[in-house]
Design a protein around this ligand. Structure first.
Ligand code: SAM
Length: 204
């Protein structure tokens, strides 16, 4: 799947009310060639046994990579507000026999995590979240003291990301996260068309 065409096609499916098809498209293996999920996971340096939240997990594209990284002793909370995404994740857990993923039906303003996590990872969901400074400030209660927040999102350039608002400027993410109580700890130039930044708590 070409990145720009894929994003446009997914947005069309979404607005046409075809959430399941949109998620299937997001999960298409052809996405791997530009999304580079294995390299993303490597940069996250996840230790086996830790707790990770996949914030805005969608149909689980990154959830399964995260589940592999945390291992059997770890847990991935697949945090989603959309029922269709959550039921796709549940079905996939059954068919793959995955036991270290816990789907969470979140509220738009609250991830409803059952315990503090070591890492909150979010791909292409940041621009969907409303009142982000307030959201991420209160997310602090779900993060361990040395916990990190990794944000991957589209640069707001071009027709799809710019005009349709399907992205956030890297500097905007950084400014908002700093206002919410975080400091930039890593900034990777890994994926064409997307920025990838990791933040730690200011009070850690
Ligand atoms: C573009 S999809 C990305 C899905 C997945 N992360 C991926 O990379 O394939 C964004 C997802 O974020 C979810 N979302 C939006 N706002 C959210 C919120 N406040 N909390 C949790 N999920 C949210 C949407 O329902 C949607 O499934």
């Amino acid at each position: 799947m070409n990145r720009s065409f894929g994003a446009l096609f997914t947005i069309c499916l979404w607005f046409a009310g075809c959430a399941e098809l949109a998620y299937q498209y997001m999960n298409d293996p052809s996405r791997d060639s530009w999304q580079k999920p294995e390299e993303v996971i490597e940069k996250l340096a996840i230790k086996p046994g830790v707790r990770v939240a996949d914030l805005g997990a969608g149909g689980g594209y990154f959830t399964w990579y995260l589940a592999g990284a945390v291992g059997q002793e770890g847990t991935v909370y697949a945090v989603e507000i959309n029922e269709t995404g959550l039921s796709m994740i549940k079905k996939e857990m059954q068919s793959r026999g995955i036991t270290n993923v816990v789907p969470i039906h979140a509220d738009p303003s609250n991830p409803k995590l059952p315990e503090p996590v070591d890492l909150v990872f979010s791909c292409d969901a940041y621009h969907h979240i409303e009142n982000r400074v307030t959201y991420f400030r209160s997310l602090g209660r779900y993060l361990k003291p040395d916990g990190r927040v990794a944000i991957l999102d589209f640069h707001p350039h071009g027709f799809v990301s710019g005009l349709l608002g399907h992205g956030t400027a890297k500097e905007e993410v950084r400014r908002e996260m700093e206002s919410a109580g975080y400091l930039l700890s890593a900034d990777f130039d890994l994926i064409d068309g997307q920025h990838f930044q990791i933040f730690s708590r200011k009070d850690s």
